[in-house]
Design a protein around this ligand. Sequence first.
Ligand SMILES: [Cu+2]
Length: 268
Amino acid sequence: MGNDEYDQTENEATREYNHGREGGTHARGYTDHGSHALPGGLSIAADGLRLVPSDIRFKPGVEQTWTYQIRDYEGTVVTEFEESHDELNHLILVRRDLTRFQHLHPEMTADGTWSQQLTFPDPGVYRAFVDILVNGQPTTLGVDLFVPGLVELDPRPASTREATTNGYNVTLRPEEIQAGEAVVLEFETQQDGERVAKLDEYLGALGHLVVLREGDLAYVHVHPEETDPESGRIRFPTAGRYRLFLQAKPDGNLITTSFDVRLDDSNS
Ligand SMILES: [Cu+2]
C-alpha cells in the first residue's frame, strides 16, 4: 500500500469532518451532488426491514444450512416478496477482502424463513447481502458471517480491466471513470480472439453485475440494460477502489469474472 492510498484516506477523513462542521453545506471537493442516502448493503436494517439471521458462525469447508428472516421494525416476519430478475431473494456472499464471491437464491417456507445450503471455502469474515423487493421498494441488507481459522489474504491488483474465465476474455470499458457521475460500463466478451455475439439471458437480464467498494463493501447492483446487451449504467458514489463481479452466460455457459477499478479524487 503506497503513500497515495494513505493520503486518500486522510482526505476522506478531513472531508467528513468539514462536512459535518459546516452543517450540511458541501465541503470543497465533495462530488456527491445527489442525495445523502448511503449505498445499500451497509446496514442490517433499512427501509423498515431488518435481517434476522439464525446464526452468524460457520465452519470452513463444510456445507451448512443458513436460515434467516426479514422482519419489519415491529417484529412481524415478512412473507410477501416480489420477484426481481426472476428471483424473490438474491443472496450474495463475499469475503471481506473482496474474494470468494458466491451468488445464491434461497428458498422461503410459508412462515417467512429463508433457507440456503452454503459452504465457505476458507476462514475469514464474510459479508452476506440479501437483495429483496418488498412493496415495490428494492432493499439490500447486509450482515457479517464469521468462519474461524487462519486467514490468508489474496493480494489485490490496483486495477484490472481484463479478465479471463473458462476461455472467455472479458474487457471492461471505459478506461476513464469519474466518481459521482453516471457511466455506461461495457463488457466485451471474446473467445479465441473472436467477439462472442450472443450473451444469453441470465436471471432475466443479459448479465448481472455486483460492485463492491473496498473498505466498507458498499453494494452497488446493476443489471446491464436489456436494450444494450453488454452495458450497464452505474454511478460509483465516491472515489476509492471497487471490485466488480460480472456474471453472464455467453453461449449458455455461466461465467463469473471480476475487475478492479480505482477512482481518484478529482482534486488529487
Ligand atoms: Cu440472484
